[in-house]
Design a protein around this ligand. Structure first.
Ligand code: FRU
Length: 451
């Protein structure tokens, strides 16, 4: 199914990819690292693959940044620009500040946090000190997400204790010596282990609020893995939720998202995730690549009654890829070209969108009864993939935005309050659409990856 390689979404040239790691703007480029097996199409020999972009859209894949070494996987983590060289990992002769990554070394029944450094703005990487900088002697303790907390003048790292369903908060003056400051959880979805935390502020109506996101391995919104979040306060040590847990994405295929560090636009928050579910991720028949990242999404908070909801929209940079305008007159089959990526806008009324290939209907997205629904079939033997998936909409204000890129479908509704992300594995790439019950419009998108 090589023809199903997305044309806009990032995939590794070859082989396995899972979580995005170390998202950081450095040296004038957006850097995306990713959990990668450079040897095969399944999870193993875990390393940090590396790609970079000047516009969040066109990714250039580089050499593996942090390779698996005998007996130790390089598991998920994050990266920051160490502006003041607090870590001392930079050198006075360097062109700019060091970029420091904190990742989980996964050894024999032991996980601990280590540092790596780039002294050329994120281009090339080296492992840091051989000893872990944060080690509690545990078998499972991973996925550090680091940020600078200005009011206390300290670094903060959130690290997950998967079995305990807890997120530990650690602080450090220099990225090298860490002390435990607080802990959050168990709370919300606790059916499965917790993974990949992130903690970040968003300013709304002049006030800063904090979002804590953590993934669950089981019991996600459509079964299997998923991402939950809380909105609340953070004082540099302790996160206090002001409302209950919510799902970040109502679909089956959104996991392990983290936000970019050091974006040049103040206050801007962008994240991307892994467009997959651990239930079937190791078995997707898409060789020679295996695993895809979501589009980068811009985050904000919007009021939802007395509470706050996370809103996500594809980054506006995407508009630069818009190509031919498309009209979707109700009831008509519209040929769009095989595998051409699409960005469609549909009303919040009732409708049905059929996704058609030369062989017939492959998948169907529809809105009725105040909910979005999506039906997909599965290739033979892919358990847990086929089905109908539904997501209630909080109201019917605004429009529905649908982004289709071969095997990926990302839907944003209710001003971004509902994101609904799904894989699809058609027999042949979608080549036509039929929208019933309404008129729609949209654009084809210019590919950024060679098909
Ligand atoms: C999440 C995860 C992380 C871990 C990484 C290993 O998908 O399981 O907890 O660090 O993937 O690849």
């Amino acid at each position: 199914m090589a023809a199903l390689r997305p044309r806009v979404h990032f995939t590794a040239r070859r082989f396995w990819l899972n979580d995005p790691n170390g998202l950081v703007f450095a040296g004038g480029r957006y850097h995306v690292f990713f959990q990668h097996n450079p040897r095969a199409g399944n999870h193993g020999y875990m390393s940090w693959g590396h790609a970079s972009s000047v516009d969040l859209l066109r990714w250039e894949e580089h050499e593996v940044a942090l390779p698996w070494r005998e007996g130790r996987d390089v598991f998920s983590g994050s990266a920051v620009v160490d502006w003041r060289n607090s870590s001392g990992l930079g050198d006075a002769g360097d062109a700019g500040p060091p970029v420091v990554a904190m990742f989980t070394g996964n050894g024999f029944y032991h996980q601990a946090q280590y540092l790596a450094v780039s002294r050329d703005g994120g281009e090339t990487w080296a492992f840091g000190p051989p000893e872990p900088v944060l080690d509690e002697g545990k078998q499972d303790f991973r996925d550090p997400k680091v940020f600078w907390y200005a009011p206390c003048g300290s670094w903060v790292s959130v690290v997950v204790h998967p079995d305990e369903r807890q997120v530990g908060v650690y602080t450090s003056p220099d990225l090298r010596v860490w002390s435990r400051a607080g802990v959050f959880g168990p709370a919300g979805g606790v059916a499965g282990i917790w993974e990949v935390p992130d903690l970040f502020p968003l300013v709304v109506a002049g006030q800063e609020r904090w979002v804590l996101k953590v993934d669950v391995f089981e019991g996600g919104p459509q079964g299997g893995t998923g991402a939950q979040y809380w909105v609340g306060d953070f004082d540099g040590r302790v996160f206090t939720p002001s409302q209950g847990a919510r799902w970040a994405d109502a679909g089956k295929d959104f996991y392990a998202a983290i936000t970019f560090s050091d974006l040049p636009q103040p206050g801007r928050r962008v994240w991307l995730g892994w467009l997959n579910n651990w239930v079937y991720a190791n078995h997707l028949p898409t060789q020679p690549w295996q695993g895809v990242l979501t589009l980068p999404r811009e985050l904000s908070l919007v009021p939802d009654g007395p509470e706050w909801a996370l809103a996500q929209v594809p980054v506006p940079e995407l508009e630069a890829l818009r190509d031919e305008a498309l009209a979707l007159p109700g009831g008509q089959r519209v040929e769009v070209g095989e595998g051409v990526p699409l960005d469609l806008t549909l009303p919040m009324t009732s409708w049905t969108l059929q996704l058609l290939s030369a062989g017939g209907e492959e998948a169907r997205l529809w809105l009725n009864g105040g909910s979005l629904h999506f039906t997909r079939a599965a290739p033979v033997g892919l358990d847990g993939f086929a089905g109908t998936f539904s997501a209630p909409l909080p109201d019917t204000v605004g429009e529905v935005r649908v982004l289709l890129d071969t095997c990926t479908l990302e839907v944003f509704a209710a001003g971004g309050r509902v994101a609904f992300t799904q894989l699809l594995l058609p027999h042949a790439p979608i080549s036509a659409l039929r929208l019933r019950g309404a008129d729609g419009r949209g654009w084809t998108l210019r590919p950024t990856q060679a098909p």
